[in-house]
Design a protein around this ligand. Structure first.
Ligand SMILES: [Cu+2]
Length: 174
């Protein structure tokens, strides 16, 4: 599964897309600001999916992402990734929550930290949007909309290098 996620990261998305998402989703709430929230579209029928976002702690004190929940999944966990002695990528739940140092942004992205949704009950189709609740040690809970974005194989345009001048860039998002 993580092989596919790595491909997603390499493929990237047009920079202009990220800027638009960040501007639209920044919601100040107890010093924690979320942006770039998305879910990698899982294969049809898959019971698991991975979500990603950037979490900025604009407050003056450290905070912690303790929990994630979503109505479309039986369970959601914060996972970290490491490479084992055999060079194989392993993921495991982050113990004690994800530390959010003041003034810093933690980025969950393919190949690294991610939200692991298991027991997925709904079709997470590309282009759909799902509400996810994030719980913090100090900040109030934040309900965030995650957009389901397609995998490279599902993209109609060939050049996915993120070049914004590409004439084949979709006009209405990836
Ligand atoms: Cu995981």
């Amino acid at each position: 599964m993580h092989d596919a996620m790595t491909v997603v990261r390499r493929a990237g998305f047009p920079a202009v897309f990220w800027v638009a998402v960040a501007a639209a989703q920044e919601v100040p709430d107890g010093g924690v600001v979320l942006s770039r929230s998305w879910i990698a579209a899982p294969p049809p029928g898959a019971a698991t999916a991975a979500g990603y976002l950037a979490i900025a702690n604009d407050g003056e004190t450290a905070d912690r992402l303790l929990s994630v929940s979503a109505g479309f999944a039986g369970k959601a966990e914060i996972h970290g990734v490491s490479i084992d002695a055999h060079g194989v990528m392993r993921m495991r739940p982050v113990e004690g929550g994800l530390t959010l140092a003041p003034g810093e942004t933690v980025i969950l992205e393919p190949g690294g930290y991610h939200v692991m949704f298991t027991g997925v009950l709904e079709p997470l189709d590309e282009g759909s949007r799902w509400s996810v609740t994030l719980g913090f040690e100090h900040a109030d809970d934040i309900e965030e909309d995650f957009d389901v974005l397609g995998r490279p194989a599902g993209m109609s345009h060939g050049d996915a290098t993120g070049d914004a001048t590409d004439a084949h860039d979709p006009g209405d998002g990836p």
